[in-house]
Design a binder for this molecule. Structure first.
Ligand code: GLN
Length: 451
């Protein structure tokens, strides 16, 4: 049924970069026959899923939305891919994304944009726009995203779906193509809070292949999602996340959600996190710096595209011709920014200062979580914007992540879930819930209560 749905709508939506029709049908049949034989099956046996094209897959190409990896089929599965297969999930294919996860609209994909199923002339958010659009278009009931600065939560918000960035280190990054390693985190996406929790519990857990993987028990996210109850819970409204640039209808729906939390018995207080206003600036130094180092591996020798290797050129020339042709504008912009910020003489002024801001943001969270159990805000300042509107204006594009970035810098857990439609344009609005590191279960408790 999901493959039929994809056939019917994906020409317009373009959520998928690669559809594994045969593999998906074979996996579904294998689940059916195992069930008929009475064998024990994984917890999500037979449930179809759309996988962001940033995870390595042994049996499918992995492009990361880039021409530089076109046609590359990795020799191994990412830990996320492996865990999905062990849970007997049926992987339908790989979803569209901004190249190397850099963007907030999926327009930076080398393979063309994805449309927002609510209005195909608008963006589905990014970088994981393909995954969230596939959910909103009912092409898949589950999807996987990755969140470096908001790429799970912001697409979830603008497509009216649920997305979670678990605590940094909760889900293994092994086989997830690196963008900014100290921020990158894979997360579950679905249409309901409980579905998201079920997927979360399959993804999370220690992995010795990732040195930043947390070796602690996974919080009971499924139990929390089944028993949404906020009575007595202390909820902090972040004062800094409102004002200029926030759409009126977004704030209206957000304020209604806060009111609902109060009615359900939560204790709501306003909380100030003054350093959050500097988060965007710090992020756009740290993420490009780390990416300039991570993307050095795309040197035309190891994988993917190779241009100009005709025996007359040096390895350096081949590398540079390949990068020139293989990387898109946003990727080049970030590599240049990062290389500059890390160069000797500038390190303290840029990267060093950004790291200090990161510490201040972490302290703001620590102080806030002494007074409240969770924080709430809008996920993103506006609803889905028209395709093309911000494509030539990186600063306007970067503003989409104003509210999501602090959690990546601090490494805590955050969710976006739908909280209604903005009256002025009828498009979905996202409510963001933020919990301390390793308290991911609180996201689900609150999410299930207000869903
Ligand atoms: N939009 C942000 C960026 O462009 C975040 C991307 C992400 O979370 N992968 O960097």
């Amino acid at each position: 049924a999901h493959l039929d749905r994809i056939d019917a709508v994906d020409k317009k939506v373009h959520a998928f970069l690669h559809l594994d029709r045969e593999g998906a049908l074979a996996a579904a049949r294998a689940v059916d026959s195992a069930r008929a034989r009475g064998e024990r099956l994984g917890p999500l046996a037979g449930v179809p899923l759309a996988l962001k094209d940033i995870f390595t897959t042994r049996d499918m190409p992995t492009t990361v939305g880039s021409k530089i990896l076109e046609g590359w089929v990795p020799p191994y599965d990412a830990t996320v891919t492996r865990r999905l297969k062990e849970a007997d999930v049926v992987i339908l294919g790989k979803t569209n994304m901004d190249e190397f996860a850099m963007g907030s609209s999926t327009e930076n994909s080398a393979y063309g944009p994805t449309g927002n199923p609510w209005d195909l002339t608008r963006v589905p958010g990014g970088s994981g726009g393909g995954s969230s659009a596939s959910l909103a278009a009912y092409e898949a009931p589950l999807a996987i995203g990755t969140d470096t600065g908001g790429s799970v939560r912001q697409p979830a918000a603008v497509t009216g779906t649920v997305g979670v960035k678990p605590t940094y280190g909760a889900v293994s990054r092994y086989g997830m193509v690196a963008f900014s390693s100290s921020l990158d985190q894979a997360g579950p996406c679905a249409r309901t809070v409980l579905d998201t929790a079920l997927l979360h519990s399959v993804l999370a857990g220690h992995d010795e292949m990732d040195s930043t993987s947390i070796d602690q028990p996974v919080p009971d996210v499924v139990g929390a999602a089944r028993h949404g109850d906020v009575r007595g819970l202390r909820v902090g409204v972040v004062r800094e996340f409102r004002g200029e640039g926030y759409q009126a209808g977004v704030m209206q729906r957000f304020d209604e959600s806060v009111e609902l939390l109060r009615e359900l018995g939560a204790e709501v207080v306003e909380v100030s996190c003054p350093s959050f206003t500097k988060a965007l600036a710090a992020y756009y130094l740290i993420a490009p710096s780390e990416c300039s180092s991570n993307l050095a591996r795309f040197d035309a020798l190891r994988y993917g595209m190779r241009i100009g290797d005709d025996g007359t050129r040096s390895a350096e020339e081949v590398t540079s011709l390949t990068r020139e042709a293989g990387f898109g504008d946003e990727v080049k912009r970030r590599v240049m920014l990062g290389t500059y910020a890390l160069s000797s003489g500038y390190y303290d002024a840029y990267y060093g200062s950004a790291q200090k801001v990161r510490t201040l943001i972490t302290r703001d969270f620590q102080r806030a979580f002494e007074a409240v159990d969770v924080l709430v805000s809008p996920t993103t300042p506006t609803t889905a914007f028209p395709i093309g509107e911000r494509a030539d204006d990186p600063m306007a594009m970067y503003l989409a992540d104003l509210c999501t970035i602090p959690s990546n810098l601090a490494g805590n857990a955050a969710m976006s879930l739908p909280c209604g439609l903005a009256p002025e344009d009828g498009l979905p609005v996202g409510l963001q819930i933020i919990a301390p590191a390793m308290a991911d279960d609180r996201l689900y408790r609150v999410g299930a209560a207000v869903e």
